[in-house]
Unconditional design. Structure first.
Length: 153
């Protein structure tokens, strides 16, 4: 039996999941950078108060995934901090979070969404390409990133 996934906007009661879900995957594959600590421990200040959005995926009573849109400027959001609990991976939750985030960015008036990632995250890169992200020249603040992608909305 497949459980229904619901997507929710940020609520303070979910804040700890934003940090714990993201920290789990970052520490599994990489290391926490100073910017990670800052954003994950203060999401309201670093994302929401800057015009960004945070979404959560819920299955039954459990928060199983999250993603944020960091506002870059009036036409661009950065798709960042997507994480899905390991035991829920492979169930298209990342896809649903990505689709919801892109829809929200468009509703907010963005014409494009960018993201920074690492090519060793093969499944994530495949997901982004399937959805329509294309690789663009790399720039950005993250030491672990070796790929930048964008999608026009």
């Amino acid at each position: 039996m497949q459980n229904k996934v619901s997507i929710h906007s940020f609520d303070k009661k979910y804040a700890l999941y934003f940090e714990s879900l993201n920290r789990a995957w970052i520490e599994k594959y990489f290391w926490m950078e100073p910017i990670d600590f800052e954003v994950l421990q203060k999401p309201e200040e670093n994302i929401l108060q800057q015009g960004g959005k945070i979404l959560f995926a819920q299955v039954n009573d459990e928060i199983v995934g999250t993603v944020s849109l960091k506002k870059v400027n009036n036409s661009t959001f950065e798709f960042t901090k997507m994480a899905v609990d390991e035991k829920f991976q492979g169930k298209k939750i990342g896809w649903q979070l990505t689709e919801a985030a892109l829809t929200l960015a468009k509703e907010e008036g963005a014409s494009e969404v960018i993201l920074y990632s690492n090519t060793k995250l093969v499944n994530a890169i495949q997901l982004y390409r399937k959805i329509g992200f294309v690789e663009v020249p790399l720039d950005g603040p993250y030491k672990r990133s070796d790929i930048k992608m964008r999608i026009a909305l």
